[in-house]
Design a protein around this ligand. Structure first.
Ligand code: DC
Length: 228
């Protein structure tokens, strides 16, 4: 079925955690004046909501219901991550912790949870366009997207970036632990049976290891302006 929203252009940016996807997607969305979907925040929100409701992480039916029923609302903030409200409660800070990311990664491997979030994600496709950040945006959620990017950076560089971010926020972390966590999360996200982290066959690959955020943003904007 063709709906008007199918004609709204979508740019998908998929890749592993810590590749700079979030910052880059948000910056590109701002430059284009397009909407922005942080799909990881939806999985994180369901992980948090399930934790608050004491739902066991092996209770698949309850988790899927929780994914369907949890009200997740984003409030855009120019130059910063959007605020995220879960059932009306501002959970933005809690959502960014490592433990919340690990919980999200665990529940994201459950097919019924993923299925429950498909429509919620597609509803973000609104004029004039959408930048969708995640793991399966170009492969599963918006396979017809006009522009697809697969953004990577080495695990060491991603761990270093994360280390700096967390230190600045005053968290006590070690580089070795972060690197171990990143490698484990990559393996889980790429190894799961449903919608594993992988590049769409028509995605443009960008390795951000040696590039600053600004350079990657320009590269992505060039892709949109010139199609390559
Ligand atoms: O992008 P993030 O770190 O906020 O994502 C948290 C977890 O959610 C990630 O480890 C895997 C999962 N996720 C997913 O499975 N599919 C997506 N489209 C986005 C995130």
């Amino acid at each position: 079925m063709t709906t008007t929203s199918d004609k709204v252009p979508v740019l998908t940016i998929d890749g592993p955690s810590g590749s700079g996807k979030g910052t880059i997607s948000r910056a590109v969305a701002e430059r284009l004046g397009w909407h922005f979907l942080d799909s990881g925040a939806l999985y994180r929100a369901v992980g948090l909501a399930a934790g608050s409701a004491d739902i066991a992480f092996d209770d698949v039916d309850a988790l899927a219901r929780c994914a369907l029923d949890t009200e997740i609302h984003f409030q855009d903030r120019p130059g910063d991550d959007p605020l995220v409200f879960i059932n009306g409660h501002d959970a933005s800070d809690e959502l960014r912790t490592e433990s919340c990311g690990a919980a999200a990664s665990a529940i994201a491997a459950i097919p019924a949870v993923r299925a429950a979030l498909v429509e919620k994600q597609r509803q973000f496709r609104r004029a004039p366009g959408l930048v969708a950040d995640g793991r399966d945006m170009g492969t599963v959620i918006f396979p017809d997207a006009a522009f697809k990017v697969f953004l990577t950076a080495s695990a060491e560089i991603r761990a270093e970036r994360r280390y700096k971010q967390l230190k600045e926020k005053g968290f006590e972390v070690t580089l070795a632990t972060l690197l171990r966590e990143i490698v484990a999360r990559d393996a889980r996200d790429a190894g799961r049976a449903v919608a594993p982290l992988r590049a769409a066959s028509d995605a443009v690959h960008i390795d951000a290891s040696g590039l600053g955020i600004g350079a990657v943003v320009e590269r992505v904007l060039e892709l949109i302006r010139h199609g390559s």
